[in-house]
Design a protein around this ligand. Structure first.
Ligand code: SAM
Length: 341
């Protein structure tokens, strides 16, 4: 996507001084997850208390405000979204209230299988599933749970229901760097996008620089395993991923490169956590607390709108923050499970 400058942005849209327009909101509906992935979750974490988690009605209000401000795409994530009670009903309520919204999910798919037909009926036609390994024992080691086959059932249920699936694997040296051939075979067999994402130095993880398996190395190996043809970038469909077709394959292969080739110039996202904290950049600990304003009888959504506007104007460039950190340091103090990936 070319940079959408303020000139091309719809009136009232959220823009910044660098010419970026926010059109995509990620809402983390819970900070809780049924998995304990080493790279994502801090075992020392304190869960938010019930009263501090936004109610579904509050998320719907935020979605309504987002729509007014030109946000046409919302991704629901977590923690694990299906771990929150009533999540499916919330998705259906969101669809009823915002029929034209591009509504997507990110999930570990361990709890998804029974909901696939309802998701499809609610017009959720694209789901991201996180799966870092095709080996059940490695899955249990990474996540602390023996639920590999549940994820595979969730994936199959999505395909049966006609939902397009992107399978995201965090690329980790010494963890899944021997599995590229298996993942490419999966993308040959199934009509899915298999994407490797570089392991980011987020808070709460056990990240070490030597664990980063860089996109360039992955691509070189992938090319030795399959005939890959780069596809034109389409941020609306594939986000920041560089996608490749696979000769003779039903699916595609892709790389997401936050470390080796940043995509800050076209970043169009805001994130709101389950506790109502706005983050304008994944790599920044500059946060804006919306919950107090949202719940205040005299402030409410107009105040939240003002905060969204001001915060969007000074949306940081994550690659500058990455470059500025000292060697080996985490780039922000918060775990992805709390931010919402
Ligand atoms: N529970 C859901 C799931 O598993 O997809 C949604 C939340 S999870 C935090 C979202 C995504 O963030 C997952 O794909 C996960 O692999 C990714 N993630 C978490 N920590 C990461 C890190 N340090 N580097 C790269 N990706 C990370």
């Amino acid at each position: 996507m070319p940079d959408a400058g303020p000139d091309s942005a719809p009136a009232g849209a959220l823009t910044d001084a660098r010419g970026r327009t926010v059109s995509y909101l990620r809402l983390s509906v819970t900070d809780r997850c049924n998995l304990r992935c080493q790279y994502c979750d801090s075992r020392m974490r304190q869960w938010l208390s019930h009263k501090d988690v936004l109610r579904y009605e509050e998320f719907l209000d935020l979605m309504g405000l987002g729509q007014k401000l030109g946000i046409g795409k919302v991704r629901l994530t977590g923690g694990e979204p299906f771990a929150r009670r009533g999540f499916m009903e919330f998705v259906e309520a969101a669809r009823t209230r915002f029929p034209g919204l591009d509504l997507r999910l990110t999930t570990n798919a361990t709890l998804l299988t029974p909901f696939a037909p309802r998701l499809a009926a609610a017009g959720v036609t694209r789901i991201n599933i996180s799966l870092d390994t095709l080996d059940p024992a490695t899955f249990a080691r990474i996540t602390g749970q023996d639920l590999y086959h549940e994820v595979r059932r969730g994936l199959d249920a999505c395909l049966t229901a006609g939902i397009r699936v992107k399978l995201n694997a965090v690329a980790m040296r010494g963890v899944n760097d021997s599995e590229l051939a298996g993942f490419i075979d999966l993308a040959r067999q199934l009509p899915i996008d298999v994407r490797f994402i570089e392991y980011m130095p987020m808070g709460g993880s056990e990240w070490r620089p030597e664990q980063v398996w860089r996109a360039g190395e992955i691509l070189a190996e992938a090319r030795s395993l399959a005939e890959l043809t780069p596809l034109a970038r389409d941020v609306e469909v594939s986000g920041p991923a560089q996608m490749f077709s696979i000769a003779g394959g039903a699916g595609r292969f892709g790389l997401i490169t936050p470390l080796s080739n940043h995509f800050c110039g076209t970043c169009n996202r805001l994130r709101i956590t389950s506790g109502g904290v706005l983050r304008t950049c994944l790599f920044s600990d500059r946060v804006y607390r919306l919950r107090g304003a949202l719940r205040h009888p005299k402030l409410g959504l107009p105040a939240v709108e003002r905060i969204l506007r001001l915060a969007s104007q000074v949306k940081p460039l994550g690659f500058e923050l990455l470059a500025a950190r000292r060697a080996g340091e985490r780039v922000c103090a918060t775990a992805m499970s709390a931010i919402g990936g």
